[in-house]
Write a protein that binds this ligand. Structure first.
Ligand code: C2E
Ligand code: MG
Ligand code: MG
Ligand code: MG
Length: 282
């Protein structure tokens, strides 16, 4: 055992590993049935027109309110869900809950669209398209109100199927987005291949300027220029300060999201945020 070696570093590493292992077991034990037990929740982050600061849409983000483990964030819970083959079940819960919320918000004078994140694996499933159609129909939501965001397909995902499915969604009137572009996850090759309407510029590109400190501008400029050449609507992610907002705006991003504009929160918080803006006259 590492402890017997008497080396602090090794001992710490051992404890750390044990903690990770226990956490993983806890997650695997608690996650099955979370949807049926009503433990899943969505928070929403406004997407804002950077010129006017008017909200134009929201992004739905999954939260798991586990009685045993507290709130678990998607980056921790999704890999576990994938290993337990629960991605599809979670994805269906998310889509249904998001469509229900769109339908509530469609009563408002300003019609927002809603972005929903889906994993490329979920998207590639043969019955995904009909499932989306059913969720829209059930909640009486127009396809134009829904945007589906995917990150770069990783190993084991059928990329031709992803392309076909994205095209089918667009044919239905659902818009699509490539998430986290510029993070090294979503690459140029994907931009060329995937039929999407929105390009979401990863927050590292705005806040850290890609790789070189203090030289963010050339990187954002290139990505925005590229997106525009492909006819895409650009959304800058992770705008944490007025400086970030100004950088994104001056680089030509029309839309943005981030803590500096509005944090993700429950539906009521988004509604309160919307109240701050006068209704459009159109
Ligand atoms: P994403 O789609 O790129 O979402 C943006 C993430 O950045 C969210 O984290 C959001 O809370 C956070 N964020 C927003 N503004 C800022 C900011 O100004 N600064 C910083 N540092 N962060 C900001 P979250 O909710 O933890 O989600 C993480 C990722 O998990 C998402 O990244 C998305 O890829 C995935 N995800 C979230 N909800 C779902 C879901 O329902 N289904 C699937 N398949 N994936 C989801
Ligand atoms: Mg997203
Ligand atoms: Mg993103
Ligand atoms: Mg992200």
């Amino acid at each position: 055992r590492a402890r017997q070696l008497g080396r602090n570093r090794v001992e710490w590493y051992d404890d750390e590993l044990e903690e990770q292992f226990t956490r993983r077991l806890d997650l695997e034990r608690e996650l099955p049935g979370a949807a049926q037990r009503g433990e899943l929740d969505l928070v929403y982050q406004p997407v804002v027109d950077l010129a006017t600061t008017q909200p134009v849409g929201t992004e739905a983000l999954l939260r798991w309110r586990s009685p045993a483990l507290g709130t678990v964030l998607p980056n921790e819970l999704l890999p576990v869900a994938e290993d337990l083959s629960l991605l599809e079940e979670l994805g269906r819960w998310v889509l249904d809950a998001a469509c229900r919320q769109i339908s509530v918000w469609s009563q408002r004078p300003r019609e927002l669209w809603m972005s929903v994140n889906i994993s490329p694996k979920e998207l590639a499933a043969p019955d995904f398209i009909s499932w989306v159609g059913m969720a829209l129909a059930e909640h009486n939501v127009a396809a134009e109100r829904l945007v589906l965001e995917i990150g770069e397909p990783r190993g084991g995902v059928d990329v031709p199927a992803v392309i076909t499915q994205l095209a089918a969604l667009r044919a239905m009137g659902v818009r699509t987005a490539l998430d986290d572009f510029g993070s090294g996850q979503a690459s140029l090759a994907q931009l060329r291949r995937l039929p999407v309407d929105f390009l979401k510029v990863d927050r590292t590109l705005v806040t850290e300027g890609g790789s070189r400190n203090g030289e963010s501008k050339p990187f954002i400029d290139v990505v925005v220029g590229l997106g525009k050449r492909f006819g895409l609507e650009i959304i800058a992610e992770g705008l944490e300060s007025p400086d970030h907002v100004e950088q994104a705006r001056s680089a030509g991003c029309r839309l943005g999201q981030g803590y500096g504009l509005s944090r993700p929160g429950p539906a009521e918080r988004v509604e309160a945020y919307l109240e701050e803006f006068p209704s459009p006259s159109r």
